[in-house]
Design a protein around this ligand. Structure first.
Ligand SMILES: [Zn+2]
Length: 159
């Protein structure tokens, strides 16, 4: 299997964990020399904290593990197009390659809004059907019931 596909699949598996815990399904993996350095998933709802995005958490863990903020040799895999905040963190960490699976039409900062990237970063988009189902199911479940407050904007994504 293609190396990017292998790690994007892991990011999607992490996104499933986020969904199971009631969070929007986003998972991120940071890889260096074909080794996983860190894994994380979105915990924004659970922690009631707007900055607990999968990519931010993965970058934080990777910096701790490698004892440096220089992640030049690392690739970040995310199940969703990174938002402006996460794209900023990716640039700050000097990550040179980003692979993501699903377009984030509302908050994406790579293809969806003005491209905010000023560093030279290789960007790859790899669609993943599991991921698409995961996001669709998340919205379907949200529509059925309870906690809809934070979802209104994102609903538009799937129209
Ligand atoms: Zn983000």
């Amino acid at each position: 299997m293609n190396i990017d596909k292998k790690y994007i699949n892991i990011a999607v598996e992490l996104a499933k964990k986020a969904a199971k815990k009631g969070d929007f399904p986003v998972g991120a993996v940071i890889v260096k020399n074909d080794k996983i350095i860190s894994k994380a998933y979105n915990t924004k709802e659970r922690k009631k904290n707007a900055i607990q995005h999968a990519e931010i958490l993965a970058i934080e863990k990777a910096c701790k593990k490698l004892k440096t903020w220089h992640l030049e040799q690392c690739t970040l895999y995310s199940s969703l197009e990174p938002c402006m905040m996460c794209t900023g963190a990716i640039m700050q960490a000097r990550i040179k390659k980003v692979v993501y699976s699903h377009t984030n039409q509302n908050f994406g900062a790579i293809e969806s809004s003005n491209n905010h990237i000023t560093n030279s970063i290789q960007i790859i988009k790899l669609e993943n059907n599991d991921n698409l189902d995961l996001i669709k199911n998340f919205f379907k479940n949200k529509r059925k019931g309870t906690n809809v407050n934070s979802i209104d904007v994102s609903r538009e994504t799937l129209k």
